[in-house]
Design a protein around this ligand. Structure first.
Ligand SMILES: Nc1ncnc2c1ncn2[C@@H]1O[C@H](COP(=O)(O)OP(=O)(O)OP(=O)(O)O)[C@@H](O)[C@H]1O
Ligand SMILES: [Mg+2]
Length: 508
């Protein structure tokens, strides 16, 4: 029996108006990978913030290696061997990879003033070698994909001598290959006695990587199970108190001769968008499948006017559209829910109502006045529709849980009434219950005649929601499939179809 390295007992924590943790107990064994799951807003991040001293607890005790432990802050926790990788990336884009990893503890040259860049890169490379990661230490961090940046953050945590490593949704932005890489590192750490706490909404991962799983529900511990002795259905039931019925997609409802609302021809916008052509029909969900880095987000950004288009045409409802900025796109009725919601979608210091309605103020104006009752009503209706968990519409968005922040971005675009909506990874970081609510909502939107482009790296989601599937690889459209013909296998074949010179081949 492995030794207990952490025991949190009856941890209680309230924020103004929110009882976030209700006498939660949680323990961790040496060498164990312990998954922590629960709906958006259940209290997962808060429990970990208490453990690392980011938030003081109101009551309860933490025992670390049998001793009472009162973390004074993340730095203190780290010094004692407890590291955390947060839900949001937490690094400096303009510094190099190596500088990010050793920030605050860089080696200096004799004399003590100059940074020893050579040595810094060398020790970083040694660290990567040990972790089997292939990243250039001298590269500027901002030039890496989000997935690679996440790996750098993991390397940074591991570069400390840790006894506990907390990973708050580390896989949300990783490609499948990167997830494999991460799991390998996690198992390696566990085999050396480190205890790992793994927060994830991807329930299928849990069985694969975790020894035990603890479910939080509404701030309380709903139970701990050995993963070998439980099922996905039991876990979901513990999370939400009911079984979530996943309806299969009904047959495509789009009439074959539906009007084309968006037509993109030979769009070029840099290396990641080459000669992209496709059509979107009225009332359709057009799935964009591909591996991470296939150019789907870049295509969306080019259509939305966020990146410069080099050549090609965009027609909306049969008329050429000159879109140079996101404002132009919005004027043409296009909405874009970006995959990086923090950076492009939200004003963290504003409240929920303002975030949802800020871009639609005209709708609520009467002469010089804002009809605040109307603002309130509409905001509340979206909070209900998307089950956004917030004590009131006046809560600061910064204080919502990660998943609930994402739902606020979705509400913000829905309220705008766009005819064409681009959803980029709409359910990333969203719990199972809210996921099916978002699917229902998408189906409602299309039945009202709106059209949706859905970029998703989750094939089950693509297959379940799309009427038609476009597949991209390395900046090009490599396949287009009616939903009746789409399968995981043929999508993967197209998604790995690289073009070299003039021969096109598919990877095994
Ligand atoms: N600083 C804060 N101020 C006020 N309320 C907060 C604060 N931090 C968290 N909360 C609230 O505490 C509750 C738990 O949030 P927490 O972030 O722990 O959820 P979570 O389980 O991590 O959810 P997700 O899966 O969405 O990340 C939520 O209702 C959230 O709004
Ligand atoms: Mg969280």
């Amino acid at each position: 029996m492995a030794a207990e390295i952490l025991s949190m007992k009856k941890i209680d924590k309230s924020f103004a108006g929110v009882h976030a943790l209700k006498e939660v107990s949680f323990d961790l064994l040496e060498g164990e990978i312990h998954a922590l799951v629960g709906e958006n807003g259940a209290g997962k991040s808060t429990l970990m913030n208490v453990l690392t001293g980011i938030h003081p607890k109101d009551s309860g005790e933490i025992y670390y290696f049998g001793h009472l432990f009162n973390p004074r802050g993340p730095k203190h926790a780290l010094e004692l061997g407890i590291g955390i990788i947060h839900q949001e990336l937490n690094m400096m884009d303009h510094l190099t990879v190596a500088q990010n990893i050793f920030i605050g503890r860089e080696p200096v040259k004799a004399g003590g003033m100059l940074l020893d860049e050579r040595k810094l890169n060398r020790i970083t490379r040694e660290l990567f070698d040990r972790l089997n990661m292939n990243i250039d230490p001298a590269e500027t961090l901002g030039k890496l994909s989000v997935g690679r940046q996440q790996m750098v953050e993991i390397a940074r945590a591991v570069s400390h001598d840790l006894r506990i490593l907390i990973l708050d949704e580390p896989t949300a932005a990783l490609s499948n290959a990167e997830i494999r890489e991460l799991f390998h590192i996690m198992r390696d750490l566990a085999s050396r006695g480190v205890g790992l706490i793994h927060i994830s909404h991807r329930l299928e991962e849990i069985n694969e990587i975790a020894d035990r799983v603890t479910v939080l529900r509404d701030g309380a511990n709903a139970g701990t199970r050995h993963t070998k002795e439980t099922t996905r259905d039991e876990i979901i039931n513990m999370m939400v108190g009911r079984v979530i019925y996943e309806e299969p997609k009904q047959k495509s409802a789009v009439p074959p001769h539906a009007d084309t609302v968006l037509s993109v021809r030979n769009l070029n916008a840099g290396k990641m968008v080459q000669d992209v052509s496709f059509e979107l029909k009225r009332g359709e969900i057009l799935g964009f499948a591909g591996l991470i880095g296939a150019g789907r987000t870049e295509t969306a950004r080019a259509i939305f006017g966020a990146d410069k288009v080099l050549s090609g045409t965009i027609q909306i409802k049969g008329r050429p559209a000159d879109i140079r900025t996101p404002e132009d796109a919005v004027r043409h009725g296009i909405g874009y829910l970006s995959e990086d919601r923090k950076r492009f979608g939200l004003a963290l210091k504003m409240n929920v109502a303002d975030n949802i309605t800020v871009t639609t103020l005209e709708k609520f104006q009467q002469g010089p006045f804002i009809k605040s009752r109307k603002v309130q009503e509409e905001t509340e209706s979206y909070i209900r529709k998307l089950s956004i968990k917030t004590p009131s519409i006046y809560q600061l968005v910064r204080n919502l849980s990660g998943g609930n922040q994402q739902k606020v971005v979705i509400a913000k675009w829905l309220i705008r009434n766009c005819d064409i909506l681009i959803f980029d990874e709409p359910t990333r970081g969203i719990d199972v219950g809210a996921k099916s609510e978002i699917y229902t909502l998408m189906n409602e939107l299309t039945s009202q005649g709106k059209s949706i482009i859905m970029i998703s790296s989750e094939l089950p989601e693509i297959l379940r929601m799309s009427d038609r599937v476009i597949v991209m690889c390395e900046g090009r459209v490599t396949g287009e499939l009616p939903i009746e013909e789409a399968t995981q296998e043929n999508i993967i074949t197209y998604a790995t179809m690289r073009e070299t010179g003039d021969t096109v081949y598919a990877e095994n």
